[in-house]
Design a protein around this ligand. Structure first.
Ligand code: NI
Length: 189
């Protein structure tokens, strides 16, 4: 089932998410719904807060980028309770990012190119890996969602100012989306 996406301005996107355990009710169904929602919205990653669940769960599918980044072929990951450490010694790379919760806004974000990640997959198998390149960027973007952060928090005040009207329109429900959304504050018309 495709779920509505919580968009910029909703306070749930600003909460620090909670870890879950194996007894979390409806986990498999939620993962399936997140996959369907992400594909229906042409995303490459989705974090549970974006569908209104304040838990530490991420789904990533970057296979669609394999033409540009061959190492991403068939790369699909469910991340449960991920613990991310940025390798501060790795080079930084600046690239454009966007977000299902902040549609129509695309801005350059500078991030480190290597991270260390520990997580559980959907079968509760533990993984511990160094991740580099574009995937490291996607993981950092999605991980930010679990910490109550958005990619626009990384851009300069001037760039944010230039997007002010777009952001206000999203937050007040004036933006037209081609997918279902949850807007916190309805605009007065
Ligand atoms: Ni996002």
């Amino acid at each position: 089932m495709v779920l509505p996406v919580y968009v910029y301005g909703h306070p749930l996107l600003r909460k620090v998410s909670e870890e879950i355990d194996q007894n979390y009710e409806g986990l498999n169904e939620l993962i399936q719904n997140m996959k369907e929602t992400m594909h229906a919205t042409d995303g490459i990653g989705i974090a549970a807060p974006q569908v209104g669940k304040s838990i530490r769960l991420i789904y990533i599918d970057v296979d669609v980028l394999a033409e540009k980044f061959p190492e991403l072929k068939d790369k699909r990951m469910v991340l449960i309770n991920p613990v991310l450490t940025v390798d501060e010694t790795s080079p930084t790379v600046t690239r454009e990012e966007g977000c299902l919760s902040v549609p129509d806004v695309h801005e350059n974000v500078t991030r480190h190119s290597r991270i260390h990640l520990n997580w559980f997959d959907e079968n509760w198998q533990e993984h511990d890996e160094d991740i580099e390149g574009y995937l490291a960027r996607v993981v950092q973007h999605e991980y930010d969602h679990l910490e109550g952060k958005l990619f626009i928090d990384h851009i300069s005040p001037i760039r944010k100012q230039l997007n002010r009207r777009k952001l206000n329109n999203i937050a007040t429900g004036k933006t037209q989306f081609d997918y279902r959304t949850v807007v916190y504050k309805q605009s007065k018309r």
